[in-house]
Design a protein around this ligand. Structure first.
Ligand SMILES: [Zn+2]
Length: 241
């Protein structure tokens, strides 16, 4: 039994590896047409084996699981956020939205204007960049306090704002810390904590080449449909129009 399980797992990994090589080339550079996003959603919606899960849901081992996450990195992300959220409402596909509180690329207070109408119905989490601060833990506490003051609840979900190789070691150190002590901050779920979730493949709209963002061909072709697999769709609304 154990042997067959192992063979199945290896085959699954192999198929995902073949898929990721096949779809690796750029398909389109940002800004992307919103239609492309909606077509992806409806393609998934038409497949009864696909299971849409919320950020902190368990995966269904009999289905192909999909998680949608929007990281609001810039003011343009905020301004565009409604267009993408409304598509999720239209197709009834769960989405979790992550907002920054570091006041670097936009004012944390101003974010509320764009997201307030979704606060009751869609999960909103913290997109933190605290690790770039000299005191990451203090910065993290401040971000949580600001979030609570603005949104009137403590964020349960956390993602980290990636900055490539910049402060990479500090990011890893913070991940190690928060993976152990997340409950101290009333956090429930973070997808960079590997014991909580691992993804078999990530479709993302932020691949970078010579300063330009692009989507790969994976926007056209769904990943392998293995029962129990879990895929993330990570979007930044600023790249869509
Ligand atoms: Zn980010």
């Amino acid at each position: 039994m154990q042997f067959f399980k192992k063979v199945k797992r290896v085959l699954k990994e192999k198929r995902i590896e073949i898929y990721s090589k096949a779809v690796n080339l750029p398909f389109v550079y940002a800004p992307y047409e919103l239609k492309l996003y909606e077509e992806y959603l409806s393609r998934l919606k038409h497949d009864t084996r696909i299971n849409f899960i919320s950020f902190n849901d368990c995966i269904d081992n009999t289905k192909i699981n999909f998680v949608f996450r929007h990281d609001l990195d810039t003011l343009d992300c905020l301004k565009n956020s409604g267009k993408l959220i409304d598509l999720h409402i239209k197709h009834m596909i769960p989405l979790t939205i992550f907002v920054r509180m570091d006041d670097i690329d936009y004012s944390s207070k101003a974010s509320y204007k764009y997201l307030s109408k979704y606060v009751e119905s869609w999960p909103i989490g913290l997109h933190s960049s605290c690790y770039i601060d000299n005191n990451p833990i203090d910065a993290f506490k401040i971000e949580i306090e600001k979030f609570e003051a603005i949104y009137k609840f403590i964020p349960k979900f956390l993602t980290l704002h990636g900055l490539g190789s910049y402060k990479y070691d500090a990011r890893m150190e913070f991940i190690k810390f928060i993976s152990e002590f997340y409950q101290r901050y009333n956090l429930e779920f973070a997808d960079f904590i590997s014991k909580m979730r691992t993804y078999n493949y990530v479709v993302q709209d932020c691949h970078l080449m010579e300063g330009k963002r692009y989507l790969k061909h994976d926007i056209l072709e769904l990943p392998p449909k293995h029962a129990g697999s879990c895929y993330l769709f990570l979007a930044h609304p600023c790249y869509w129009r």
